[in-house]
Design a protein around this ligand. Structure first.
Ligand SMILES: *Cc1c(COP(=O)(O)O)cnc(C)c1O
Length: 377
């Protein structure tokens, strides 16, 4: 059996252990310390100097705190992009609130502004104005932020940007994760950089960051004894994990370049195969980190479907994966309202994510090429 080619695997830069050793040497083995501060500074500088970042135990935890800070409570409704990973929607349920799912549009595969507007008006007419909008930059592709922010502004609903997959992506030259009231990032093992597990909440004021740190460290009031006026969480990132993050920040730019190179490799590979479309930026305003490269397979034109491609890869020990199954199609959310058409459903039916790691070799690319050329010969 050939070595496995992964969809997206961790890729260390080299200095991660140096920062971890520093933490051990100074005994900062806790959910605070110089690596936590340093990682936050690095992220702030990378995103844009005006934001304030709080690093946390996971992107999911960041979303949970963002919802709480937007005032989401039991029985509220929160709008969420349907085509996404379940972690975008689960924190709505943690709050005892109810998700309202929105279809994708064809250019970016992200939240459709038309369906969003319809949903807000319909929910308001039914007596409940949604408390927040969770928009996702899927696979690194920026969503249509101008249109979405305009609607959000019109109805005065805060936007939470799920940029878990989009660190290094920009829209009109500005970093994804910095447009909404809050942005969330993830450093899980398969993301563009990883700390083994971790996340961050991107805030716009020191006050919001302080509140996030307070809530994520058990909400202790200022007193010599343990006193609490709020329900707290244990969501802060540890100083050891943050050390990995500092090492990864040194190589983030080159990781984005490598992922974009993988995307270009696929554009080239499929350029003469009529009926296979590589997911690409719709216009110059959109700059994707291409965290995962993805294709849409037209069965009528090619005589093959996405399962044929996936299974051909699998036979050669190459990992590929169907696109995210939309949340409105998931058994756990079957009762949630849904607005839109069948864009997300069709993408799920015909779409496939391809090996996209920044650590893939020319040999790996040759193996991928060979399978595709054989299958579509
Ligand atoms: C990975 C991911 C998350 C969750 O982040 P974790 O750090 O794994 O909790 C949320 N949303 C999307 C779109 C993701 O891909």
């Amino acid at each position: 059996m050939q070595d496995k080619i992964w969809l997206s695997s961790p890729h260390m830069g080299g200095n991660e252990l140096k920062y971890i050793h520093e933490a051990f040497d100074a005994n900062w083995v806790a959910p605070l310390g110089p690596n936590v501060d340093g990682f936050e500074k690095d992220l702030e500088a990378f995103l844009n100097d005006d934001v304030k970042v709080a690093v946390l135990s996971a992107g999911t935890a960041a979303l949970h705190l963002a919802l709480i800070e937007c005032g989401v409570m039991y029985g509220d409704e929160v709008i969420c992009q349907s085509m996404t990973f379940s972690a975008s929607a689960n924190p709505i349920a943690y709050c005892g609130a109810n998700p309202v799912f929105i279809d994708s549009e064809k250019d970016t595969w992200n939240m459709c502004p038309v369906a969003l507007q319809k949903a807000i008006e319909d929910r308001i007419s039914k007596g409940k104005k949604p408390k927040a909008i969770i928009v996702v930059h899927l696979y690194g592709m920026p969503a249509k932020m101008d249109e979405i922010l305009e609607i959000a502004e019109k109805y005065q609903i805060p936007v939470i940007e799920d940029a878990a997959e989009a660190l290094g992506s920009t829209y009109k030259g500005r970093s994804c994760g910095t447009f909404g009231r809050f942005g969330i990032l993830s450093f899980n093992g398969n993301k563009i950089i990883t700390t083994s597990g971790g996340g961050a909440l991107v805030c716009h004021t020191q006050e919001d960051k302080d509140k996030t740190v307070f809530l994520s460290t058990q909400a202790r009031d200022n007193a010599p004894h343990y006193q609490h006026s709020h329900i707290g969480f244990n969501y802060r990132m540890s100083n050891i994990v943050a050390g990995i993050g500092r090492g990864q920040m040194e190589v983030l730019k080159s990781r984005v370049e490598a992922r974009r190179k993988m995307h270009n490799f696929y554009v080239d590979l499929f350029k003469n195969i009529d009926g296979v479309t590589v997911f690409s930026e719709p216009a110059d305003d959109y700059y994707s980190n291409h965290w995962l490269s993805a294709i849409i397979v037209d069965e009528e034109k090619t005589g093959k479907n996405r399962e044929d491609v996936r299974l051909a890869f699998l036979e050669d020990n190459i990992e590929s994966r169907p696109l995210w199954k939309p949340m409105h199609m998931q058994p756990v959310f079957e009762d949630a309202p849904y607005y839109g058409d069948q864009v997300a459903e069709k993408l799920f039916e015909n779409g496939l994510c391809l090996p996209s790691g920044s650590n893939l070799s020319d040999q790996d690319r040759d193996r991928i090429s060979k399978i595709i050329k054989q299958l579509f010969a």
